[in-house]
Design a protein around this ligand. Structure first.
Ligand code: ATP
Length: 322
């Protein structure tokens, strides 16, 4: 097993609101290892984006981390000085967002921005220019020289996302976090970006973390998967085990109720009856109990244990063995 690059331990985060705090992350633990693609999947509101932002040291201003650690190569990002965090973000951990426009300044050309993103690299401008051009080529932009002179709005959505991936990769980060990288794209573009990310993975030594609500993206891209529900990790497994031998009733329901969702054409997670709990008042027992087909009385009163089903396979459930 390779050493973890990033370790998240018992991460607990509340959003301060006018009323009771929203408990967006409730004891999240996971690891991302060099050379793997880790998927984080769950329905809207389960805490995926909060987790991704916190991994970048970018939790919102009303977010309060009340417990836990996020360690990159052994250093806790959460307690590091802002300068260290900025360096980590610029050089070691990069992020690609759902809307690639957010990666770029609309009034500067793609080339000017890609050159500028490397300003801390210490290399001369001409070298940065050719590194930018080569990276656009590597992410499959057909005419990188022309693209360098274009403004962001002059590119199609798919090309813009490629350019955003190029921007993220320019500093050769050890961790690439992609938050819903294909959600804003049409099916054809989406397939192309998945293909690109899969190809990148083969010659990338770092870890790629994909945050998505699409099981199809997970199935096509990931080595290992973390399933989140109501601010917690409810199951973690390698991708084959997750799809063929899921142990948490939430994962089972997602997969069983709509096998077609494994196609990337399906943009939504399959719907299962009921709704997740209000994270300002999560229940004492299992957060999934009200929607669970296997619910037992204990599920309503006691928090489920973290059960180790096998190597690298855990499920947080009272009924994980049934
Ligand atoms: N700034 C904020 N202030 C208060 N509550 C917030 C804030 N941001 C997110 N939340 C709440 O925290 C919980 C987790 O939200 P988050 O956006 O991380 O989930 P998500 O799984 O990424 O959902 P989506 O896919 O819809 O973005 C939700 O209940 C959400 O309403």
């Amino acid at each position: 097993m390779t050493t973890p690059l990033l370790t998240v331990e018992n991460l607990t985060l509340n959003y301060r609101t006018g009323g009771d705090p929203v408990q967006a992350l409730r004891g999240v633990s996971l690891t991302a290892r060099a050379g793997e693609v880790l998927g984080i999947v769950g329905e809207s509101g389960c805490g995926k984006s909060t987790l991704a932002a916190t991994l970048m040291g970018l939790a919102g201003t009303n977010a309060e981390i009340t417990d836990g650690a996020v360690s990159f190569r052994g250093e806790n990002i959460l307690t590091a000085r802002e300068e260290t965090r900025r360096k980590l973000r610029g050089k070691h951990i990069a992020m690609v967002f759902q809307d690639p426009m957010t990666a770029f300044n609309p009034v500067l050309t793609i080339g000017a921005q890609l050159v500028d993103f490397q300003h801390n690299s210490g290399t001369p401008k001409r070298q940065r220019h050719s590194a930018a051009r080569d990276m656009l080529d590597r992410v499959g932009i057909p005419d990188p020289d022309i693209c360098m002179g274009r403004f962001p709005h002059e590119l199609s959505g798919g090309m813009r996302q490629r350019a955003a991936i190029a921007a993220a990769l320019l500093m050769q980060p050890e961790i690439l976090i992609a938050d819903e990288p294909t959600t804003a794209l049409d099916v054809t573009m989406e397939a192309q970006i998945i293909h690109l990310l899969r190809n990148l993975q083969s010659d990338y030594d770092g870890a790629i973390i994909i945050v998505t609500h699409q099981l199809g993206v997970i199935a096509q891209l990931c080595d290992r998967v973390v399933v989140m529900y109501a601010g917690q990790v409810v199951e973690e497994a390698d991708v084959d085990t997750l799809f063929h031998a899921p142990r948490h009733p939430y994962t089972k329901a997602l997969i069983a109720c709509d096998p077609a969702s494994l196609s990337i054409k399906e943009k939504r997670l399959p719907t299962i009856g009921g709704r997740p709990p209000d994270l300002a008042h999560p229940p004492a027992g299992c957060a999934f109990a009200d929607r669970c087909a296997q619910v037992e009385p204990i599920c309503r009163t006691a928090a489920p244990p973290r059960v180790e089903i096998g190597p690298d396979h855990i499920a947080k459930c009272h009924e994980a063995w049934s």
